[in-house]
Design a protein. Structure first.
Length: 268
């Protein structure tokens, strides 16, 4: 148990860094890590994938809110790209989280991997993500993107416990925003996904009763991850603006590839 705690704490530091630099909120790190730790330590029959996704959502509430506050204080948030998109994201997130509680854990892991694969391919192959043309001017989101796009982001992100940044960052990037701005906006947009997901997983009637759990949420794992992530968020918040845009976008995609490899390896 002590080894597991330190493992989660160290990866919590990584979630804090990815929250600030990439707007992840921790989901793409915490889901595989919690899944791996529980697979090795939890009693037989534990629904590890659902617990991993639920715990990720709970950690993201705190991580994304802390990072959003830091980005707001730094003046990096634009209201037009946050609201009302956030309202439609929360509607989709509630529906996605509810559906996910009814899906088999193996199927959920497969969906997670497919989602990563599609996102990586789209970001690497379609123009406009890895590098912005010179003198690009940001474009407004538009009503269709705000409503249907927002609910779609919430549906996928809430169901997979990933915060939505992997959809919001490419979306904002292709509207002409620099990576530093797009990832900054992903933090407040991850908060409604995380809140909706946490409530659904915590109150899900299908959740098994267990010591140290609130619904599907593993409270011990969440505490260990937050112990590492929150101090890291406080220290890393000044780094984002110093990262060159092309490097920022390339590392973003590379990190998704690493997470995909880990998830596929766990399922092998």
């Amino acid at each position: 148990m002590l080894t597991s705690f330190w493992t989660l704490l160290l990866f919590g530091c990584l979630t804090g860094l990815t929250t600030v630099l990439f707007g992840f909120g921790g989901g793409f790190v915490t889901v595989p890590v919690v899944y791996g730790v529980l697979t090795a330590t939890a009693p037989a029959g534990t629904d590890t994938m659902h617990v991993a996704v639920a715990t990720s959502a709970a950690v993201m509430v705190v991580n994304a809110a802390a990072a959003a506050l830091a980005q707001w204080r730094a003046g990096r948030l634009r209201r037009a790209y946050v609201w009302p998109l956030a309202a439609f994201i929360v509607i989709g997130a509630a529906a996605g989280s509810l559906v996910a509680t009814l899906v088999d854990g193996t199927a959920l892991r497969l969906l997670f991997a497919v989602y990563l694969l599609v996102t990586i391919a789209d970001s690497a192959l379609r123009k406009g993500f890895l590098s912005l043309p010179r003198h690009t001017r940001p474009k407004p989101l538009g009503r269709g993107i705000t409503t249907l796009g927002g609910m779609g982001i919430g549906l996928v992100a809430g169901g997979l416990g990933v915060g939505g940044s992997v959809m919001t960052v490419p979306l904002l990037r292709r509207r002409g925003l620099a990576m530093a701005e797009a990832t900054a906006m992903a933090n407040p947009l991850s908060v409604p996904v995380a809140v909706a997901g946490t409530l659904v997983y915590a109150l899900a009637p299908t959740a098994p009763a267990g010591t140290g759990q609130f619904g599907y949420i593993d409270l011990t794992a969440a505490a260990a991850l937050l112990t590492g992530s929150l101090p890291t968020i406080a220290m890393a918040r000044r780094v984002t603006a110093r990262v060159p845009d092309r490097v920022h976008s390339t590392v973003y995609v590379a990190l998704l590839v690493v997470v995909l490899i880990v998830m596929v390896g766990m399922g092998a």
